[in-house]
Design a protein around this ligand. Structure first.
Ligand code: ADP
Length: 645
């Protein structure tokens, strides 16, 4: 038997491990099982090149809890270690300047583990004593027993071990007794080991029989050793991809829309499968995340720094031995491999979507509503993605017809170019509320788009920036004649004073003081067959408010503004003409300043007499058509209508 001190230059590494690694202590299991799997894979490799002789036998890795002894054991039948190897790999933790290093990485526990071969030592996070029993595959090697109780002192002696491989025995600390619970360990194994390439056995399979859970003779295997992403796309059916999706997310019942199988070996290694889920709204976005693996070992589902944010809307797995997993997050972002990986995934996703669009436009259109949020998010945040996506991003009109922006421009160019050469695209976000406006537009032969998505407003602004002379206007933001101005529109024959009289008369009849702030009354010669009075809402102001709803800071200025509308009196309408005809005029004296001198001038003022009820009725009709008449005002309107009849 030999004794010695573990070769770290720092006096005692164990308090450091316990203290700094405390927050993430469950990863000890991942580290030990990874070592066991590595040892097994190495043995298989050696055997395949003839360096390990004979039949390899049972290669399962086993995890066993002994409640009486308070131990947790991880056993493998891998290459094992000789006494010299234990000395080299376990006793001499091979890095210099440990103290300096530990100080530098105080908060970056992951950087210590793994990167500097502390994987095995993470066992001390939860154990008061750790033992190794190992029998190397090498001929004539003696088995070795190593033991250490959480101080730099260890003991090492020869032992007898019947089978090749290594048992790591953890004597679990009392304060970590949860790691002696079957449920805890099974949970951790499912989290970290679900797709490891060597079978991991934990206890026996259980079955429900006559209302009782009974143990079967068969071992309970935790993992799928050939997960779909490690296989060739040619060997997989649609069904296989779907089955794997549900293996990844057991709680997800929706089927994915389609998938992308990633496979690169140059200039970096990366495999994986990304799935497009149905994305309905922001709400269910982050329920199932992309999982990141390193050689089939689960690492994290926090992939924000590895793929662009919009790609985090996708589901699936990415496996790469080239992503530096054990370094800090800020470092990840600046890592060149990570940048390349991100660029590669973006390109792959865009190419796949383009391919799907080309292959079957109708089918793509059917899926559009479910993937639109993802594509729009990508276009808004990633220029490279935008360039590709603009060729398959779709617009939907009120008849349910889908087209790309370019196609749509061609469809409406004939009719919807205004006198200044702007192509005006009309849209609604609420066809029911905008019904009367839509009818007016259709009567003129115009087309109307449905833009009711969460990101539509942003995408329209983006399209306007990228396309000269292209404007989107919501159907209720002005009279249709003004939205697409052709030659200079018809003028009415009234004087400004007459219109002012009209305006004041209507203003006086607005339902409440609050409404007087909300509605600005204007006169406009729209069309004889349009409504006599109607509402419009300025496109710019409304859009700013909508965007502000999603943003902070500067934009909040707009967010805090009250909603405001124009109440437009259509002077071209016969009913309004009739009102104007009933105006009475009066001459009044008014003092004005002219060239610095005060002067009295004569002015004609028009007034509308005794038309209160009719004005109220006209205003209410406008509010009703604009979806703004509610509550008491609506009840009054109904009663007044009955009385008028
Ligand atoms: P890392 O796995 O990052 O190299 P570890 O501290 O976990 O660091 O392990 C150090 C070394 O000890 C391994 O590289 C391996 O050579 C050896 N080792 C650890 N566990 C086993 C095992 N179960 N079987 C064989 N060798 C092992």
């Amino acid at each position: 038997m030999s004794k010695g001190n573990i070769g770290v230059t720092s006096d005692n590494i164990f308090p450091v491990i316990k203290k700094f690694l405390y927050s993430d202590h469950e990863i000890f299991l991942r580290e030990l099982i990874s070592n066991a799997v590595d040892a097994t894979t190495k043995l298989k490799t050696l055997s395949s090149v003839g360096e390990a002789k004979g039949d390899l036998g049972d290669l399962r890795v086993r995890v066993v809890i002994d409640k009486a002894k308070k131990t947790l054991t991880v056993s493998d039948h891998g290459i094992g270690m000789t006494a010299e190897e234990v000395d080299k790999f376990i006793n001499q933790i091979a890095f210099s300047g440990a103290e300096e290093f530990l100080n530098q990485y105080k908060d970056k526990t992951e950087a210590i583990i793994g990167h500097f071969g502390l994987g095995f030592y993470s066992a001390f996070m939860v154990s008061k004593k750790v033992e190794i029993f190992s029998q190397s595959y090498k001929e004539d090697a003696k088995a070795v027993h190593w033991s250490c109780s959480g101080d730099p002192e260890y003991t090492m002696e020869e032992t007898i071990k019947a089978e090749r491989g290594t048992d790591i025995v953890l004597h679990i600390d009392d304060e970590f007794s949860q790691y002696l619970e079957d449920a805890t360990i099974e949970g951790l194994l499912k989290k970290y080991c679900k797709f490891l390439p060597v079978e991991i056995a934990f206890g026996k399979k259980k079955e429900w029989k006559d209302g009782k859970e009974v143990e079967l003779d068969e071992e309970n295997i935790i993992n799928d050793i050939n997960p779909a992403w490690t296989r060739k796309p040619a060997d997989l059916t649609e069904e296989d991809y779907k089955t794997f999706y549900h293996e990844l997310y057991p709680m997800q019942f929706d089927e994915p829309l389609f998938h992308i199988h990633l496979n690169v070996d140059y200039p970096f290694n990366l495999t994986g499968i990304l799935y497009f889920p149905k994305i309905k709204s922001n709400l269910d976005v982050h329920r199932n995340k992309i999982q990141l693996y390193c050689n089939q070992v689960y690492v994290t589902d926090e992939v924000e720094n590895i793929v662009p944010e919009y790609l985090t809307l996708l589901h699936g797995v990415i496996d790469s031995p080239d992503i530096p997993l054990n370094v800090s997050r800020s470092y990840l972002q600046s890592d060149n491999n990570v940048k390349k990986i991100s660029g590669y995934i973006t390109k792959k996703v865009a190419d796949k979507l383009a391919e799907l669009y080309k292959a079957d436009k109708d089918d793509f259109a059917k899926k559009w509503d479910d993937i639109k949020m993802f594509i729009q998010f990508g276009m808004l945040t990633d220029e490279k993605f935008y360039e590709k996506a603009v060729n398959f991003a779709l617009l939907k009109n009120l008849d349910g017809r889908y087209s790309t922006l370019e196609e749509y421009k061609d469809q409406v160019r004939d009719k919807q170019v205004d006198k200044d050469g702007n192509l005006v695209l009309l849209y609604t976000n609420d066809p029911d509320a905008h019904y009367t406006y839509i009818e007016r537009a259709k009567a003129k032969g115009y087309d109307v788009l449905l833009m009711d998505g969460e990101l539509d407003v942003h995408c329209m602004s983006q399209a306007e920036q990228k396309n000269e002379k292209l404007r989107f206007v919501r159907i209720d933001s002005d009279t249709i004649e003004n939205l697409i101005k052709k030659e200079d529109t018809a003028k009415d024959t009234y004087s400004d004073e007459q219109k002012e009289g009209l305006r004041k008369a209507f203003e006086a009849q607005l339902p409440s003081a609050e409404d007087k702030l909300k509605y600005t009354v204007t006169c406009e010669a729209a069309a004889a067959d349009a409504l006599p009075v109607f509402l419009t809402q300025n496109e710019f102001m409304r859009r700013m408010k909508e965007m502000a709803a999603h943003q902070q800071g500067m934009m909040n200025f707009y967010g805090n503004m009250p909603d405001s509308y124009n109440l437009v009196i259509n002077t071209a309408h016969p009913l309004i003409q009739d009102l104007v005809n009933k105006e009475t005029s009066e001459q009044v004296q008014e003092e004005v300043e002219k060239d610095g001198k005060k002067e009295t001038v004569e002015k004609t003022v028009y007034k509308l007499a005794d038309e209160d009820e009719r004005l109220k009725q006209l205003i209410d009709i406008a509010l009703l058509a604009g979806g703004q008449l509610k509550g008491e005002a609506l009840a009054k309107f109904v009663n007044r209508s009955v009385e008028l009849l």
